[in-house]
Design a protein around this ligand. Structure first.
Ligand code: ATP
Ligand code: MG
Length: 356
């Protein structure tokens, strides 16, 4: 069974006056893969531990379904947890590790063995059933941790950076494993990461957090394509931030004579100063446009990463290696795909000026 998690005006204060989460609300749907994403120290683990019951709550409510769980101890919340450090019992075999929680729940044979076997099959570690974890790889140990968390049929699965100790290739492989298993089991899942790409790849929805505040709660595609403020836009991957002067929805890049028309700006924001966010692959090399000089290029195999010095500042620009290559010192002209870039207000909030 999976549940809705309702977080209503949750507040976390450490040591009497250190307000880490001032007032946070979110509703997580049954069976949803929900990710908390944000920079180090923004409060992801703090919030996850509040949901788990390892942290007290200083205000507001957390509900599983209609039931307020603020004061329910962790072992009564029916949650499964997976952490960054594998936290498997080193002296027990894989099978014993996975069976452990079931025994605690008084599940007896033959059901016990059947559920353990099914779970080992699901996470594809049947062949390791009788080995002990100390001589297994990180990925294998994390599969045991995952199996152990899910075998008890939890209402909620909580994961805190479960892949961050694994090497890059294994991380990519394991995130598919986690996603696949979560979908098969249909468990409401809250996943913590500070890795943008991982969050985009794995989630149904993402809450991007900064300083204990949700900046945007949306699908991966919307977060990437329509960031609601400058923080989200710059946090979700490399982007060029350029000052512009807006005049009736035409943005002129400050310092240059290059301008782009943005039909999708909100009418009331059509004039004044603004910030333009252009990702490196939102530029195209053309015969005319924003004039610049290539001052650096780095070859990445599938792409060429150029740094181009223009009157509006230095721009990072992605080129295809299948196109004409530019050399350091070449004069180039850049054009911006106005349909895919975003403008933000020129103040501290940096809110999106684009139509919904
Ligand atoms: N037990 C604690 N007592 C006091 N302050 C704490 C405690 N745990 C965390 N904090 C503080 O709360 C803030 C949020 O910490 P938290 O661990 O939730 O961040 P995080 O987003 O998980 O970061 P990371 O990506 O580095 O894991 C930090 O400023 C941290 O120092
Ligand atoms: Mg953390």
């Amino acid at each position: 069974m999976s549940v809705t998690i309702n977080i209503e005006h949750a507040r976390k204060v450490y040591d009497k006056d250190n307000v880490v989460i001032p007032d946070l609300s979110a509703q997580i749907q049954p069976g949803e893969f929900f990710t908390l994403l944000g920079p180090s120290g923004c409060g992801k683990t703090t919030l996850l531990r509040m949901i788990a019951g390892f942290n007290t709550i200083e205000g507001g409510e957390i509900k599983f379904g209609d039931k307020v769980i603020n004061n329910l101890p962790p072992y009564k919340r029916n949650i499964g947890m997976v952490f960054q450090n594998y936290a498997v019992f080193p002296h027990m075999t894989t099978r014993e590790n996975v069976a452990f929680g079931l025994k605690e729940h008084k599940v007896r044979e033959p059901e016990l063995s059947k559920r353990v076997d099914d779970m080992l099959k699901m996470v594809q570690i049947e062949e390791l059933a009788d080995r002990i974890p100390s001589n297994m790889s990180g990925g294998q140990q994390q599969r045991i941790a995952l199996a152990r968390a899910i075998v008890i049929n939890p209402d909620v699965l909580l994961m805190d950076e479960p892949l961050s100790n694994l090497d890059a290739k294994l991380r990519v492989e394991m995130r598919s494993v986690i996603r696949h298993i979560q979908q098969q089991a249909g468990i409401t899942t809250v996943y913590v990461t500070h890795d943008q790409e991982e969050a985009l790849a794995i989630s149904d929805r993402i809450a991007v957090m900064n300083k204990g505040v949700i900046q945007q709660l949306d699908t991966p595609v919307n977060i990437y394509r329509h960031p609601s403020n400058l923080f989200v836009a710059t946090f979700m991957g490399l982007t060029n931030v350029v000052d512009v002067d807006l005049n009736d929805k035409v943005a002129t890049l400050t310092g240059s004579d290059y301008s782009v028309r943005f039909d999708k700006i909100k009418d009331e924001c059509a004039n004044g100063k603004a910030k333009l966010c252009v990702r490196p692959n939102d530029f195209r090399f053309e015969d005319s446009g924003l004039k610049g000089e290539v001052i650096e290029r780095v070859f990445f195999g599938t792409i060429m990463d150029y740094t181009v010095k223009t009157d509006a500042g230095e721009m990072r620009v992605t080129g295809s290696v299948n196109d004409k290559l530019h050399n350091v010192g070449d004069t180039v002209y850049l054009r911006i795909e106005s349909d895919v870039v975003n403008l933000f207000s020129n103040d501290e909030d940096g809110t999106s000026l684009m139509q919904e």
